[in-house]
Design a protein around this ligand. Structure first.
Ligand SMILES: Cc1cc2nc3c(=O)[nH]c(=O)nc-3n(C[C@H](O)[C@H](O)[C@H](O)COP(=O)(O)O)c2cc1C
Length: 146
């Protein structure tokens, strides 16, 4: 999903796209970007622990320095996803970011331990929606509409 969003954004000329793992992303990376797409699974009705760690490490170092920048979120879940989306929205509100699209929640339907531990296949139509989000983010940034 994140790769699809990045590809969609990269299709827009004039926009530099960086696809980064939460664990490697530092406050300087957050400051360097004009917009963000946060992508995470929902685990135990929450964003992934590594995503929470990313926000914990970067929240205060960039607070007050990224206000008004664009963001959107991609959530991969078994059946829900609403709470992970809400958590990101709360954090983004604290940062005073501007939501440019509703959270895109892709539900894999995984419910059993076997299904949850299996590698998931995200369908073409859902990947296209992720790519569209990336394209919309990049186009808006390039045109200066956000
Ligand atoms: C520990 C754990 C907790 C989970 N909790 C939720 C949950 O609260 N709500 C939900 O819809 N799916 C939940 N899931 C299912 C995942 O969101 C689902 O497997 C999704 O595909 C995550 O992406 P992944 O395939 O990269 O793990 C959970 C999965 C794990 C491993």
């Amino acid at each position: 999903m994140a790769r699809a969003a990045a590809s969609g954004a990269a299709a827009e000329s004039g926009c530099v796209v960086r696809l980064m793992q939460a664990a490697e992303t530092q406050p300087g990376d957050v400051l360097a970007a004009d917009g963000y797409i946060f992508a995470t699974p929902e685990n135990l009705a929450a964003i992934a622990g590594v995503m929470k760690d990313f926000f914990d490490r970067t929240y205060y170092p960039v607070l007050g320095r990224i206000e008004g920048r664009a963001y959107a979120s991609l959530i991969c879940t078994g059946s829900d996803g609403e709470n992970a989306a809400r958590q990101i929205a709360r954090i983004a509100t604290g940062w005073r970011l501007k939501e440019i699209a509703a959270p895109l929640i892709i539900r894999t339907g995984a419910q059993t331990p076997e299904a949850i531990l299996a590698v998931k296949e995200i369908g073409e139509a859902d990947l296209a929606r992720c790519a569209e989000m990336g394209e919309a983010m990049a186009a808006g940034l390039v045109m200066g509409v956000f």
